[in-house]
Ligand binder design. Sequence first.
Ligand code: ATP
Ligand code: MG
Length: 718
Amino acid sequence: MDVSHIINDLNDAQRQAVTLGDAHCLVLAGAGSGKTRVLVHRVAWLIQVEHVSPMSVLAVTFTNKAANEMRGRVEQLLQIPASGLWIGTFHGICHRILRLHAAEVGLNPDFQILDSDDQYRLIRRTIREMQLDEGEFPPRVVQGFINARKDDGARPDHIEASGNPLTLQMIEIYRNYQAACERSGLVDFAELMLRVVELLRDHPSRLANYQDRFAHVMIDEFQDTNTLQYALIRLLAGGRRTRLFVVGDDDQSIYGWRGARVENVQHFVGDFKPEVLRLEQNYRSTQTILEAANHVIGHNDDRMGKNLWTDGEQGEPVRVFAAYNEDEETEFIVSRVQDWLESGRKPSGVGILYRSNAQSRLFEQALLRADIPYRVYGGLRFFERAEVRDSLAYLRLVHNPLDDAAFERIVNVPARGIGERTVAGLRESARAQDQALWEATVRQLDSGALAGRARNALAVFVALIRELREYAEQSSLGAMVSRIVQRTELIQHYLAREPADRAEARQENLDELVRAAENFDQSMEDEQASLTPTASFLTQAALEAGEHQGEKWQDCVQLMTLHSAKGLEFPLVFMAGMEEGLFPHRKSVEEPGRLSEERRLAYVGMTRAMELLYLSYAESRRLHGQTLFGRPSRFVGELPPALVEDIRPQLNVSQARAPQGSGGSLPGLGSRVAHAKFGVGTVLAVEGQGDNARIQINFDDAGPKWLVAGYASLQPAC
Ligand code: ATP
Ligand code: MG
């Protein structure tokens, strides 16, 4: 049998790993050295050469995207579908096992998964039912407590309270919450893992089945496994037959803040005495990029240590751009992307990476203006995020009390005791009188038709909207949005419901929204059309939320956080916002452990780059409502100067910032135009001029739509 395609494109060390005999194996190697490739080839080798049944292989990756890619690559090597092969994330695989054995672990066979929002709500309800004070036991703190205990494998009976009454109480909440889950057939994320570990631990015959079945357990990105995941691996590998094949890189452990334990690498060596193989040749990056990344990570002193080299080209220097402010940073990056595209390279070869989700907005807007397709990974686009939409819904209702959709969205967000039944009553009454919900509410309040709690709650809501409306009459758009964020207490709402890091990301997004409103430049045309700045701003936000992200099939520039870039590679990489406080994140600066995790994140980011790497920072940046004059990130200072080229903005060159796209001339009324997404249609109306003009088009298939000329890229059609 010809197996050359499985082992030909491998170096000696890789080949040794792929063809390893009967032993546990740890491949510990740096970024881009072919760990994932080795894992994929090993699966193919086992099946095709060693005739291992696909059913006896279990491969675990970190994301569903990675799992799909891995399956595709294995099948490509095998040239047949690998049916029976289990590839997935830890959660996905545990879910699958639980579905098979629900009854054995006392679960309802139709159990449903509880996502973290619903989990929060159930915990809050439990606290209320126990008549405890939510101030003393904030639901999100309790949620963190329960999940962390579960991740460590602890049930209420296992937790030591050491006589601490607060801990005792938390344990009681955990107990009652768990009982509620069981009554309703609900399983939260941590429970998926914990149940499977318990199943295998407490049912020796089950465990034996799985140990017999999975002769080969392979794990990618092992450095980011948590306690429970490691316990599962140990259980499975407890049989005589099972062999573990684990690949990872201690320098890329970046999820410590979420319970991952890089010590698992050492534990694994102690527990299983694996063959430890090193891969030292990097195939991804130029010499310059690799050397620069090695140099930066060399500043961490808690490393296992490794060599990494490449015989690739020297390549271009790492470019560091010092922007005057974040707008200039954005403009610079987008213009470099344009150069890249003009030289005939693909959009998907570009990765724009940042530390915090809120940074995506400026890139999204600039890419839109430049008509470059993009996709944001691992998060929603800015104007689609829940907190941003909530705030905009307030702005809409203040601006236009007849906006029923806005009314519905926020009447009880944050929760103010207006239940679904009350809202249904309002809908009914509005329909009967042919009024908007707002009008019906005011009418009912005035006429005294409402009773008790609902009445009070609605009165508070109406007073808030009126107050905001009054404020709007004498203030700028920026001040108005800031006021909304503050008065609605949306952040407190999220803080109380969610883990701190998520609520913090929402806070950053709301700050970014305030900034967007403050800096919003109304076009001349909108002014002439007597549109208020608020109306223009809302139009822009709605357009950007709806239509411009690249289609699935489209080749797009990739935007994502550094965390979600793990395992990926791009010929051209930008790392934006390289400023102290932003990256490394301000919270990590005082803690040495967290600072080295941030440095590993920098290493992950830099090693995504194959050909060209840009790092940029802004000398001043608006963040959290204030202008910060930041110092460049220490990671920039840690680059070896000989490999760096500093780029300063050219003085006296000011680039036109107007949207580009329609090229100035607008289609005439009645003319036929074509749009990339909606197809061909007839122009019904044109308002305004230039790129900011709004054009109403009746599309043959998609029906009538308003588009902004500068964004729509319309082509003449017949
Ligand atoms: P990371 O640590 O970032 O996850 P990795 O160690 O998993 O990286 P891979 O993604 O497997 O590395 O490989 C990096 C790149 O190098 C890929 O494009 C891969 O196809 C290529 N590569 C790996 N080994 C070889 C080889 N022997 N010959 C040619 N290309 C290779
Ligand atoms: Mg990899």
